[in-house]
Design a protein around this ligand. Structure first.
Ligand SMILES: [Zn+2]
Length: 198
């Protein structure tokens, strides 16, 4: 009998709502999946609770449904995970596979962070704060990922694509996440002043 893991079905987390995206590919052979990339997204920006993000990640978004979508028309992207404002966890791509969330990027001495990272989108907006339920879900997710993959770094999209991306932005409380994980501070980006401390 093959060993059945209680939390994982291959690279799929059992507790997540599974919505497979066509936007993925294989990782390079020998990829060391040691980085979690935290993002924020909402569609239209700042509007929460709809299904547009899930539609975007599965190439089903109606580009004519909102003027903002003209800016992203035809975009084919994905993330491994998505955490809604209430903490609900979705998964679109097996964490064993390569999702399309990072774009041109560089971190811990390596380019093309899609190759060897796991992307987690938080429903939110750059500059806005995030919900306690999202920190709870993200902390649990990071712990589960660290059990399956050799996670050594957690960073924001803004840290792996500086100047090009700003998410999750200054409203994300990095010390709060760090305090919930068993990872030393060197695993996290150099902190800018957290919003909570201001
Ligand atoms: Zn991002």
């Amino acid at each position: 009998m093959p060993h059945s893991h209680p939390d994982w079905d291959g690279g799929w987390l059992r507790q997540a709502i599974r919505l497979p995206s066509p936007n993925f590919g294989p990782r390079p052979a020998q990829a060391c999946i040691d980085l979690i990339v935290v993002h924020s997204i909402s569609l239209p920006p700042g509007q929460y609770g709809g299904n547009a993000v899930q539609e975007l990640f599965t190439n089903r978004l109606d580009w004519d449904a909102h003027p903002y979508y003209q800016q992203i028309r035809g975009l084919e992207v994905s993330s491994h995970f998505y955490i809604r404002r209430n903490g609900e966890l979705w998964q679109f791509v097996s964490a064993d596979d390569r999702a399309w969330h990072a774009g041109q990027s560089h971190y811990r001495g390596r380019d093309n962070c899609n190759d060897d990272s796991i992307g987690v989108e938080l429903e939110g907006l750059e500059g806005e704060i995030f919900e306690s339920a999202q920190y709870d879900a993200l902390s649990v997710l990071c712990r589960m990922l660290a059990h399956r993959y050799p996670i050594a770094h957690v960073a924001g999209h803004e840290h792996i694509a500086p100047g090009r991306k700003q998410d999750p932005g200054p409203g994300f409380d990095w010390p709060r996440l760090q305090s919930r994980l068993d990872l030393p501070s060197r695993c996290f980006p150099q902190f800018t002043t957290p919003l909570r401390g201001q």
